[in-house]
Design a protein around this ligand. Structure first.
Ligand code: S3P
Length: 445
């Protein structure tokens, strides 16, 4: 058991896995719903007038925490098993929560909700677990303060975030310095409640799920001269949302099936938003054999079936322009690189150091424990591919480090013990069962 400040009980179980080389990955699978889209479906559904029905909702700890937070503000949210019916509270219908709202491990939950809570007539507080309480929140707190919000933080701009009631926010123009869909979305959500037109400009476009979904709710989100704009007072009307499979969850299977000889796997109904699929470009450049089949549209998002067959991978210099489009996929890219032929270089990815863990350090340590050659740099890594042996490593409570390590283990010449994997439930409940059904050898201890 491990202490988890911010979790309702204060304690949460940890769990360890054993992984080793298994069978070729074969058959057809579906991964759980997209985490980013699931969070947003609850938030926008709660702010809308009328009913929103969500299908394919991710039943992960992160997205359930967001749903619980809105339920604690009086929003009626019904359903389970990937289905939600949200009875929207309307633009001014949220109620003061009786207690701090606990967003667990979820950066998306905290940063996007900050944009909503900063604009309310009531006070509220957002708390998170140990990892979330270490992650930078100034990036949302500062622009929200410019809009007139009153937010108290722990020293250094860290959570908990305490919001004082406000009468009205005012619109701002924000030019983001770090590419972050969370910051952009936070400010656009606050902008819905502000007087005037709020505008955000990014040096590199980030995932546009918020913009697409806001439009599906009837909001006029404009893109003009490099600015993304929303007007204060825009009305959201309830709608139906079909959540695609999460590309970031599919990513583990794209790499595992590329690496394990004899694999031929189809992952159905995966979201292929071009601002999320940088890993496909990187894997293709490394020699992967992945076909994008049956491209179609689900609601506001493009989806496809991804067929992946094993291929000999070689190292690449990952183009910096791809980094924001694959920011969550670096742990598994590092695993692929450590087993590819030759050198892989990652630059311009310093953001990895402030995710659920320091993902550069966490992956470097994990793969080194299996004999890999990796040099960390401040904003990336240099990885020389080779073979991996068995060993013991620590996921540092980071879901993507745990799953990426299980993928690497499929090609290790011995048993791999992966510690502290309980947080896989934040984004990918059922990973062990699904991975096993596809042919991977991984089990809980
Ligand atoms: C997310 C944006 C990304 C990503 C996170 C989900 C989102 O974070 O890492 O897992 O849903 O907007 P940043 O925008 O901070 O890079």
């Amino acid at each position: 058991m491990k202490h988890k400040p911010g979790s309702p009980t204060g304690w949460a179980p940890t769990s360890d896995w054993i992984a080793r080389s298994g069978q070729p990955l074969r058959g057809r699978i579906r991964v759980p719903g997209d985490k980013s889209i699931s969070h947003r479906s609850i938030m926008l559904g709660a702010l809308a007038r009328g009913v929103t029905e969500v299908d394919g909702f991710l039943e992960g700890e992160d997205t359930r925490a967001t749903a619980s937070a809105f339920a604690a503000m009086g929003v009626r949210i019904e359903g389970d098993g990937g289905v939600r019916r949200i009875v929207g509270a309307g633009p001014n219908g949220l109620k003061a929560p009786a207690q701090p709202l606990d967003l667990g491990n979820s950066g998306t939950g905290m940063r996007l909700m900050a944009g909503i809570l900063a604009a309310q007539h009531f006070a509220s507080t957002l708390v998170g677990d140990e990892s979330l309480s270490r992650r930078p929140m100034k990036r949302v707190v500062e622009p929200l303060r410019r809009m007139g919000a009153s937010i108290a933080t722990r020293e250094g701009g860290l959570a908990p975030l305490a919001f004082a009631p406000v009468d009205a926010l005012k619109a701002i123009d924000l030019v983001t310095d770090v590419p972050s869909a969370q910051v952009k979305s936070c400010v656009l959500l606050a902008g819905l409640h502000a007087t005037g037109t709020t505008r955000v400009r990014e040096a590199h476009a980030t995932r546009d799920h918020s913009e697409r979904m806001l439009r599906a709710f009837g909001v006029d989100v404009r893109e003009r001269d490099g600015w993304i704009e929303v007007d204060g007072g825009a009305r959201l009307e309830g709608t139906n949302i079909d959540v695609p499979g999460d590309f970031s969850s599919a990513a583990f299977f794209l790499v595992a099936a590329s690496l394990v000889p004899g694999s031929d796997l189809v992952i159905e109904r995966v979201g292929v938003n071009p601002l999320r699929t940088g890993l496909l470009q990187a894997l293709w450049a490394m020699g992967a054999n992945i076909d994008v089949e049956n491209e179609r549209v689900a609601g506001a998002e493009p989806i496809a079936d991804l067929r992946v067959r094993a291929a000999a991978l070689h190292g690449i210099e990952v183009p910096e322009a791809l980094v924001p489009d694959m920011i969550d996929e670096f742990p598994v890219l590092f695993a692929a690189a450590s087993l590819a032929e030759g050198r892989t270089v990652v630059r311009g990815a310093a953001e990895l150091r402030v995710k659920e863990s320091d993902r550069i350090a966490a992956m470097a340590n994990a793969l080194r424990a299996l004999g890999a050659t990796i040099e960390e740099t401040p904003d990336g890594a240099v990885i020389d591919g080779g073979t991996l042996r068995g060993g013991a490593l620590d996921s540092r409570g980071d879901h993507r480090i745990a799953m990426a390590s299980a993928v690497a283990a499929q090609c290790a010449k011995g048993e791999v013990k992966i510690a502290d994997c309980a947080n896989v439930a934040t984004s990918f409940p059922g990973f062990v069962a699904l991975a096993s059904s596809a042919g991977m050898a991984v089990r809980g201890l």
